[in-house]
Design a protein around this ligand. Sequence first.
Ligand SMILES: *[C@@H]1O[C@H](CO)[C@@H](O)[C@H](O)[C@H]1NC(C)=O
Ligand SMILES: *[C@@H]1O[C@H](CO)[C@@H](O)[C@H](O)[C@H]1NC(C)=O
Ligand SMILES: *[C@@H]1O[C@H](CO)[C@@H](O)[C@H](O)[C@H]1NC(C)=O
Ligand SMILES: *[C@@H]1O[C@H](CO)[C@@H](O)[C@H](O)[C@H]1NC(C)=O
Ligand SMILES: *[C@@H]1O[C@H](CO)[C@@H](O)[C@H](O)[C@H]1NC(C)=O
Ligand SMILES: *[C@@H]1O[C@H](CO)[C@@H](O)[C@H](O)[C@H]1NC(C)=O
Length: 306
Amino acid sequence: MGQLLQHFLLKCLLFLILSHFLTQCVSSMLRFCLDSERSALLRLKDSFILNQSASDDTLAYPKVSSWKLEGQVGGDCCSWDGVECDNNTGHVIGLDLSSSFLYGSINSNNSLFQLHHLRRLNLSDNNFNRSEIPSAIGNLTRLSRLDLSWSGFTGQIPYEVLQLSNLVILDLSRNPLELRNPSLKILSERLVNLKHLDLHKFPDFLLSQDEVELLDLRDNKIHGFIPKWIWGLSAQTLHVLDLSENFLRGFDQPIVVPQWINLRLLDLRSNMLQGPLPIPPASIYQYFVSNNLLKGEISSGICNCT
Ligand SMILES: *[C@@H]1O[C@H](CO)[C@@H](O)[C@H](O)[C@H]1NC(C)=O
Ligand SMILES: *[C@@H]1O[C@H](CO)[C@@H](O)[C@H](O)[C@H]1NC(C)=O
Ligand SMILES: *[C@@H]1O[C@H](CO)[C@@H](O)[C@H](O)[C@H]1NC(C)=O
Ligand SMILES: *[C@@H]1O[C@H](CO)[C@@H](O)[C@H](O)[C@H]1NC(C)=O
Ligand SMILES: *[C@@H]1O[C@H](CO)[C@@H](O)[C@H](O)[C@H]1NC(C)=O
Ligand SMILES: *[C@@H]1O[C@H](CO)[C@@H](O)[C@H](O)[C@H]1NC(C)=O
């Protein structure tokens, strides 16, 4: 009898130990936020003032307000609003603080730049008080999507952006930024994975570019007429112009584009171009205009293309 009881108690003990480990295991899977990243996020939160007038979007709200150590989700920063973690490693890989009332200056000392595992960062529609884009952005080398649009950044885009070789989407629109050094040319040469560069609300800075050879504005939600600043691009050097997959309705001047004397490739596919076929310059080698709303006859010599 005594032996049976002993056996039973031993089993109970084993069960308790096992279930204890199981609970720990499960809870560590659910609460995998890393201490260093949690504290970086809290310091990031403290580095800004929340100011309603910093965001314009009607759906804006202060996401970081819910970032707390206490409460239901407590210190698990992976369940904080706007934070996305890797399910296996627990590293913070996504931060969406768009339209979050963030107001204040930001520099390279900001703890944001300690989140080295970030792949997606969205700070769109805040007010960073005319800060320059901090050079420490270059430390976030895993970034594939970076959205700093409409957030009060000024000055030259830092050279360190070129270190972000994994970037696929870069949205810097609606900030008064400059792109001299690095230039757009260097940017497009070095960021080889970049598929979506959003600059369409930048009327001026491209005019300061001396030697744009390739301009790829494919799939950039450009509406209406082809933006005027395109006509200011260097006529001598422009070889490739890709404006496909936008919502362009036409050109605001006749598109003979005679001044682009070295243009080799013109891609206007999948827009809403109306009327007769735009006539490309004689230098053209490849010309794409399918999937538009073009009408009219195609004259035999649409250009003197050799
Ligand atoms: C909120 O931001 C506006 C400008 O965006 C500024 O004029 C105002 O002083 C700010 N308020 C606070 C409390 O910082
Ligand atoms: C991580 O897990 C969450 C919740 O189960 C899931 O919604 C999400 O898609 C997962 N993320 C990845 C990258 O697998
Ligand atoms: C905004 O920038 C001004 C000028 O650089 C500075 O004096 C002020 O402290 C900044 N405000 C915030 C909230 O960072
Ligand atoms: C960053 O912090 C260091 C040490 O606190 C300081 O010396 C440096 O001036 C700061 N840099 C900026 C850009 O504020
Ligand atoms: C960014 O990288 C530079 C050079 O590798 C390093 O000195 C610096 O400490 C890094 N900054 C952060 C915030 O990790
Ligand atoms: C950033 O957030 C805004 C607002 O939620 C969204 O419209 C935009 O597409 C996001 N940017 C990226 C690159 O995902």
